[in-house]
Design a protein around this ligand. Structure first.
Ligand SMILES: *[C@@H]1O[C@H](CO)[C@@H](O)[C@H](O)[C@H]1NC(C)=O
Ligand SMILES: *[C@@H]1O[C@H](CO)[C@@H](O)[C@H](O)[C@H]1NC(C)=O
Ligand SMILES: *[C@@H]1O[C@H](CO)[C@@H](O)[C@H](O)[C@H]1NC(C)=O
Ligand SMILES: *[C@@H]1O[C@H](CO)[C@@H](O)[C@H](O)[C@H]1NC(C)=O
Ligand SMILES: *[C@@H]1O[C@H](CO)[C@@H](O)[C@H](O)[C@H]1NC(C)=O
Ligand SMILES: *[C@@H]1O[C@H](CO)[C@@H](O)[C@H](O)[C@H]1NC(C)=O
Length: 468
């Protein structure tokens, strides 16, 4: 390549010459009488024209020459029928690659954390740590004016990992009333059915946003998650870095990460796993119950847990309405334990009041009660315990301690609404509308090509199972 600069330079010279000569040949000024109906005429035509040295081809009113900047003359083509000309760049776009842009929200420098005395105290007692954060924690950092990306190193001179972009999540008022954090999705059991059930269930309970953590899933399950991202109802946080962890070890980090994400974002946040549902009694929704709480010292609502034994894996794909509905976990599984308030309870927190979280309860709060127990007559966490395994299979050995068992179902009204909501969502994602060969050919014809089914009648399966 280094051997061939000459032909390129020559070509450039040629182009410049062509440009110049075309300019000479076609160089007439743009005449208003050439303007076709519908043209938008500039206010100060003479001035703009002079500024950009615009010339219009006298034989072809759609072609011309213009100074694109720095006296570079380039050929242009005007849009047919309607040509709008800008005399000046809009102010917010008057920038170069090197223009420094700092948004208002990012003009903050902090020297200490909020509640710094408390955090200092917790550091002394090893509840918070100054240096050891890896690999199951999150880090609280100060703010720097104009910082756009952030990364963490152990020592000040270490080479940082690729940094991540900062985003403004701080709003004056919380954007949501009740949100839900869903712990890391991983493991071999197909998940789409549990994902739609989890999200739609808590939407019916009044949740308006979900933070969902993903280690890995099948591409099929991912389609559903991506569809919820598309509709703006969830944020998907994909967990991966170069260090080994067993899948379940992401959980501690996820709990604290999600707690932080919800500070000032939501008034109330539930922290749950994919097999757990906040189930309310007396026809109330979670948000109706939350509305009834007006003591600001209540910063953690502690729900007891009831196991519902799940002895089959959920199906990998949507086949048809009946197959899907029959496999919905709340329809299929009924063998239910007593309520236990001490074994793995789950909670709804006030994120901005919590200092540090563990999986089942806050470790430290800035103020208020560490725990407020929710009477099981009001609501429980219905935990569809996978007795066929799961990551922490030792937990299953406790099944017998959780007795006595009885068959229960969820509220019939809720069951009806939830079935409808789940079915409608999965069909939107997976139940692709089928077309005949003729119908597909109509769409192919627009692109002037032929669908293979025209020449090969056997190309499509006898039944309309999939589009090809
Ligand atoms: C905190 O942890 C350090 C290091 O493990 C230990 O030396 C120290 O005694 C601990 N302090 C308290 C108050 O537990
Ligand atoms: C998740 O990743 C593991 C390890 O790479 C792999 O064995 C497993 O099949 C993946 N699971 C899914 C559902 O893709
Ligand atoms: C629905 O799918 C199931 C499982 O694939 C199948 O056994 C059943 O025949 C299907 N039902 C209908 C009505 O197509
Ligand atoms: C429910 O589960 C318990 C504990 O495994 C078991 O002893 C009982 O037989 C089950 N009941 C039914 C109806 O399956
Ligand atoms: C829960 O509520 C029931 C019915 O109101 C009551 O009898 C029971 O004592 C309450 N339990 C607790 C632990 O507060
Ligand atoms: C396939 O679907 C099309 C459009 O719904 C329909 O016209 C056609 O008869 C179907 N073919 C078969 C074999 O079911």
């Amino acid at each position: 390549m280094l051997q061939q600069p000459q032909p390129r330079t020559l070509l450039k010279a040629l182009i410049v010459i062509v440009v110049m000569s075309c300019g000479l040949i076609f160089g007439t000024t743009w005449k208003v009488e050439k303007v076709q109906p519908g043209f938008v005429i500039l206010q100060d035509e003479q001035k703009s024209e002079a500024k950009y040295k615009m010339k219009v081809d006298k034989n072809d009113a759609t072609a011309g020459w213009i100074n694109v900047g720095a006296n570079q003359m380039q050929m242009v083509r005007f849009q047919r029928g309607r040509f709008k000309y800008a005399a000046e760049e809009e102010e917010q776009f008057m920038l170069k690659s090197y223009t420094c842009r700092v948004e208002e929200w990012n003009k903050v420098h902090t020297d200490h954390l909020p509640h710094s005395e408390l955090h200092a105290k917790w550091m002394k007692t090893n509840i918070s740590r100054k240096a050891r954060v890896f690999p199951e924690s999150t880090v609280y950092c100060g703010r720097r004016i104009g910082a756009k990306y952030i990364s963490i190193t152990k020592e000040i001179d270490d080479i940082p990992e690729p940094p991540v972009a900062l985003r403004d999540r701080v709003t004056v008022i919380p954007q949501h009333y009740f949100t839900v954090c869903l712990a890391t999705i991983y493991g071999p059991e197909p998940k789409f059915l549990q994902i739609v059930d989890f999200i739609e269930h808590h939407k019916l309970q009044g949740a308006t946003f979900f933070h969902i953590y993903l280690r890995n899933s099948t591409a099929y399950d991912r389609m559903l998650l991506d569809d919820y991202v598309r509709s703006g109802e969830i944020e998907l946080i994909v967990l991966n870095d170069q260090y080994w962890r067993a899948d379940f070890m992401w959980h501690m980090m996820q709990i604290n990460e999600c707690h932080m994400r919800n500070v000032n974002f939501a008034k109330w946040t539930a922290l749950l796993d994919i097999d757990e549902r906040l189930e309310m009694n007396n026809g109330l929704r979670v948000v109706d119950y939350l509305d009834s709480i007006n003591n600001p010292n209540v910063v953690n609502l502690h729900f007891g847990v009831q196991w519902v034994l799940k002895d089959q894996l959920s199906p990998a794909k949507f086949e048809n309405d009946t197959q899907f509905v029959d496999n919905l976990v709340f329809k299929r599984y009924h063998n239910t334990s007593r309520v236990d308030h001490w074994l793995q309870p789950k909670c709804i927190i006030r994120p901005d009041k919590i200092g540090a979280m563990t999986i089942h309860a806050p470790l430290m709060v800035y103020h208020g009660f560490l725990k407020t127990y929710v009477n099981s007559t009001i609501g429980v966490v219905r935990h569809y315990r996978n007795v066929r395994g799961g990551a922490l299979y030792k937990n299953n050995e406790r099944a017998f301690d959780m007795g006595p068992y009885q068959l229960t179902s969820i509220n019939p009204e809720m069951e009806k609404k939830l079935t409808k909501a789940c079915l409608s969502r999965v069909k939107q994602v997976y139940d692709t509308v089928q077309y005949s060969c003729e119908e597909m050919q109509k769409m192919y014809a627009v692109h002037l090509i032929e669908h293979p089914c025209i020449k090969e009648p056997g190309y499509l399966p006898a039944q309309n199972i999939t589009n090809y």
